[in-house]
Write a protein that binds this ligand. Sequence first.
Ligand SMILES: [Cu+2]
Length: 361
Amino acid sequence: MSSIPTATRRRVLQALGVGTAAIAGCAGAPGAETEQPTERTTPQEPSMNPAQQTDVDRIAADPTDIPAPIDRSEPKTVSVEMTTKEQVAEVEPGVTYTYMTFDGQVPGPMIRVRRGDTVELTITNEEGNSMPHNIDLHAVRGPGGGAEASMVTPGQTKTFRFKATYPGSFIYHCAVPNLDMHISSGMFGMILVEPKEGLPEVDHEFYFGQHELYTKGEAGEEGHHDFDVESMKAEDPTYVLMNGEKYAITPDGYGAPSMNVGETARVYFAVGGPNLDSAFHPIGSVWDEVWPQGATASDPHRFVQTTPVKPGSTVVATLHAEVPGPIKLVDHALSRVARKGMMAVINREGEANPEVFQPEG
Ligand SMILES: [Cu+2]
């Protein structure tokens, strides 16, 4: 992730009387360096609590860590086990948040089954958690998408079964009464139900998820960001994130996945929300094919610049690499990219193709 402090962060730290030398430190009170400003004419927000010790180094899911395409012609019972976790992690350096997740990652693990399969889903609410959790999958025909059947209190485990009767990519999310808070804290992911004949063969598959974080702080303000119900009600997020952290899946973050010139990648994208649409665009490319809403049984749209993805929905889209260079995956509501942390990168590697793109002359 970028360690360059944002203007906001600098401004806030300056307002707190913290010199730039203290920016590198993330935990602990500024101590003697904290001098209350004396020239205040307007009331000040209370300062942030110090950043907390993290439970995990990383909350951002690896976009390549997904199940392999299904290679079978008969239905079967697929057992899936997931654990709900409440863990402190960094949104960006110096900024901590208490995430809620499926299996400690954002988005939660991709579940991959074949149309006609029976899914036996076991949810465990990790001991020591503070809240009940459950799961509602949009691939389920049944009450609450499984929410009531999977409601678990800390330390509890429940199993339910459903048949994946229709194909497509679908969101899953926590659906307790405070579901918007739980989704905002990271509790969403994708279940992919492949058609019986499978999906077209591609060279790479990547999985991403967008959601919003609503906190009492400003983006980039160092410290522990508490969840803020008021900004969530106003749908005015502090961060809009790809895979749960600022610029996580980029060369400056955990690294960017790559594909070669001449190859095709299929991107699976889930928007947890809880509130904002994504205007999903690949900077430096076009979506060669798009299955809106993840409806893979429909014909794809072709050569799409920006595809809308609603909260609680998904998209499946392909990228064909013809030239080297990065493709930046963004929400084209670009303030979310410039100021709220939203972006991922896929690198295209290989020989230049001057017929398609000629940077000089
Ligand atoms: Cu939950």
